[in-house]
Design a protein around this ligand. Structure first.
Ligand code: GAR
Length: 200
C-alpha cells in the first residue's frame, strides 16, 4: 500500500508540488506514497490552490482570536489525524509546533529547512545566508530534511542534507532559486527512501 502523506504548508507550496509530481500515479513517480491531505494555516497559501488543482482534500486551520498556541496545536492535530497519515510533512509550514501537536505523531513528522543542520534556524534562512556571504562570513549554505521530535526550531535527527555554494557575484534571487531546486530534490529523495522502507 502506498504511504499516506499529509503536507502542512503556509506558503507557495513549491515543495508540495515536487512531492505531488513524484507520487504514485504520476509520470515521475518515485515516491511510493499519495498526498491524501494538505493543511494550511493561511487562507491565501498558494499551496491550497495547488492541492485543489491536484484534486486533494484541503483543510484550513487558522489561529482564532486570542487562541493559545497549544490549543491551536490540539485542533491542528485533530485535523491532521483525521486523514490517518503515515507521515506528516512540514513543507514551508511557518508556525512552531508544540508537543500538543507533535505527541500525536511520534517519529512521523518531518521538516524541510533551507539551511544546513544546526545553522540558521527560523525564518528567512536563505536571505540570512546571503547576507553572511556578502559579509565574507560564509561560502555555502544548504538544505536539510529532519525529523521533528520536540519543540526545537528547525532541529532534530537529520534524514538528509545537501550543501549549496553561494556565488556572491550572482544575485540573491539566483541563489534562492538554487536552494529551492536543491530542496525539491532532497525532499523527493528522502520521501522516496522513507516510503520505500514503510512498505518493506
Ligand atoms: C522552503 O524554502 C522551506 O524550506 C522553507 O519555506 C519555504 C517554503 O517554500 N521552510 C522554512 O524556512 C522552515 N523554517 P514553498 O512554500 O515554495 O514550498
Amino acid at each position: 500500500m502506498p504511504s499516506r502523506l499529509v503536507v502542512l504548508a503556509s506558503g507557495s507550496g513549491s515543495n508540495l508540488q515536487a512531492v505531488l509530481d513524484h507520487g504514485v500515479g504520476h509520470g515521475n513517480g518515485s515516491i511510493d506514497a499519495s498526498v491524501i491531505g494538505v493543511v494550511s494555516n493561511r487562507i491565501d497559501a498558494y499551496a491550497l490552490v495547488r492541492a485543489d488543482e491536484a484534486d486533494i482534500d484541503t483543510e484550513l486551520v487558522t489561529l482564532l482570536d486570542g487562541e493559545d498556541r497549544r490549543d491551536y496545536d490540539t485542533r491542528l492535530a485533530g485535523a491532521v489525524a483525521s486523514f490517518e497519515p503515515d507521515w506528516v510533512v512540514l513543507a514551508g509550514w511557518m508556525r512552531l509546533l508544540t508537543t500538543n501537536f507533535l505527541d500525536h505523531f511520534p517519529d512521523r513528522v518531518i521538516n524541510l529547512h533551507p539551511a544546513l543542520p544546526r545553522q540558521l534556524p527560523g525564518i528567512r534562512a536563505i536571505e540570512r545566508a546571503w547576507s553572511e556571504a556578502l559579509a565574507g562570513e560564509r561560502s555555502e549554505s544548504g538544505v536539510m530534511v529532519h525529523l521533528v521530535p520536540d519543540e526545537g526550531v528547525d532541529d532534530g535527527p537529520v534524514l538528509a542534507s545537501r550543501a549549496v555554494p553561494i556565488d556572491v557575484s550572482g544575485t540573491l534571487e539566483a541563489f534562492a532559486a538554487t536552494v529551492h531546486d536543491a530542496e525539491h530534490e532532497l525532499l523527493v529523495e528522502t520521501l522516496t527512501k522513507l516510503c520505500a522502507s514503510d512498505s518493506s
